[in-house]
Design a protein around this ligand. Structure first.
Ligand code: GLU
Length: 421
């Protein structure tokens, strides 16, 4: 979050990948900067009659491979640097999955938990009023991210439809099903990671039941716990922003989800179903097989990377491991399934939603799952092969994979193109 120069840290990965490819330096120059970032101040009426303003941004980082795509985050510590970095990651994530999109991202600097539902709706609508000219089904397509959800996407889609005077469901993804949302979008981020782990388990030497620690218990954290738990793996530690719990016998995942749905921290289950207290700071060092960061950026740093005991890390959050921590983990023999691959299930089902909106024909949940599994396995195996071939980490391999596609597209546009500006 409030880390200085988050984008500079992210760009380290670009240089690492470029060192393995013979690409034009112009390509790197193009990918080092956000194409456009718009900043606005949103003014809304609060329930008590007063007015309040919130900073908001929308970044279109790179649109060489298609319209920009990426979520909108509502968080009190969001910054322009964070938004641009997240948009950079979206650029590479969409290229990793071979989706016909560039990368974008948006944010509002706000703690949505302090707003009433009516205030939240006014803020969501104000965001679309401010950015209606920037977004569009062929230009920039928002979606949910941290602390935003399908209800918010529904309000936003409705506001956009009112502004343009017609239904335009493909302008935004992650909508409620009733407004043209896709089946399977709700658990897509976790499900993509789940398919990936399941498919690579053999290669990673993971057999039998795993002991799993999950950091962050929002959408991604809850669904991965459910999916892996249902396969007989044990969720032994879970934290959220306020506290955590552990149990060697395995946590009661349904109880944890019910607790979150009631608006309480997972820590309030201490003493029930054999749950013991765990401080959030201890989570990274928990003795387990699989560690799943599913919260925010910079959770695994040089300070705590050496304490990691897991053999495998599945990055369901964006940017949870810093480049310096990556090096520590590599020397410890920890395999990291990187964010731009591991959490790409979300944007992939967003892509399915956009396709369904445009064709006006909707797929069954089985069809969504099947298509997601095919793409996750295809790109996961391709990245695994690059990692073996070039003797690099899965992260470097994922960046090589994406950068190759981005370079091809940048070159194909020609040197006098609008995209070259
Ligand atoms: N916010 C999600 C991400 O970081 C999903 C983006 C999308 O569906 O466009 O990948």
């Amino acid at each position: 979050m409030q880390e200085d120069n988050l984008l500079d840290h992210a760009l380290v990965r670009l240089d690492e990948a470029a060192a393995h490819l013979n690409i034009d330096p112009d390509v790197i120059e193009k990918l080092k900067y956000a194409r456009e970032t718009t900043k606005v101040r949103l003014m809304i009426r609060m329930d008590d009659g007063s007015r309040k303003s919130f900073l908001a941004w929308r970044c279109r980082y790179d649109d060489t491979r298609g319209p920009t795509k990426g979520g909108i985050r509502f968080h009190p510590e969001s910054t322009i640097d964070e938004v641009e970095t997240l948009a950079f990651w979206m650029t590479f994530k969409c290229a990793v999955m071979n989706l016909p999109y560039g990368g974008g991202k948006g944010a509002v600097q706000v703690d949505p938990r302090k707003l009433s539902k009516a205030e939240l709706e006014r803020l969501s609508r104000a965001y679309i009023q401010a950015f209606a000219r920037i977004i569009g089904p062929d230009r920039d397509i928002p979606a949910p991210d941290v602390y935003t959800n399908s209800m918010i996407m529904g309000w936003m889609a409705d506001e956009y439809a009112q502004i343009v005077g017609q239904a335009e469901p493909a302008v935004i993804t992650g909508k409620p099903i009733a407004l043209g949302g896709s089946l399977g979008r709700g658990d897509a981020t976790a499900r993509g990671g789940y398919y990936l782990v399941r498919d690579l388990a053999e290669n990673l030497g993971l057999r039998g039941s795993m002991r799993i620690a999950v950091q962050g218990f929002g959408n991604a954290g809850q669904h991965i716990a459910k999916l892996l738990g249902a396969d007989g793996h044990k969720i032994i530690a879970v934290t959220d922003s306020e506290g955590g719990v552990k149990s060697e016998a395995g946590l009661d995942v349904d109880l944890l989800i019910a607790t979150k749905n009631a608006g309480k921290s997972v820590a309030s289950t201490v003493g029930k179903s054999g749950h013991e207290f765990l401080s959030p700071a201890e989570l990274v060092g928990v003795d387990c097989d699989l560690l799943v960061p599913a919260a925010l950026e910079n959770m695994i740093t040089v300070e705590n990377a050496a304490s990691v005991k897991a053999k495998l890390i599945l990055e369901l959050a964006n940017g949870p491991v810093t480049p310096e921590a990556d090096r520590v983990l590599a020397t410890q023999g920890v395999t990291v399934l990187p964010d731009i691959l591991a959490n790409a299930g979300g944007v992939t089902v967003s892509y399915f939603e956009w396709v369904q909106n445009r064709q006006g024909y909707y797929w069954s949940v089985e069809e969504i799952h099947q298509r997601l599994q095919t793409i996750m396995e295809r790109e996961g195996r391709a990245i695994w092969d690059i990692a073996q071939d070039k003797n690099v980490t899965m992260r470097v391999a994922a960046y090589i994979h994406a950068l190759g596609r981005l370079a091809e597209a940048i070159e194909a546009h020609g040197t006098q193109s609008f995209f070259d500006s």
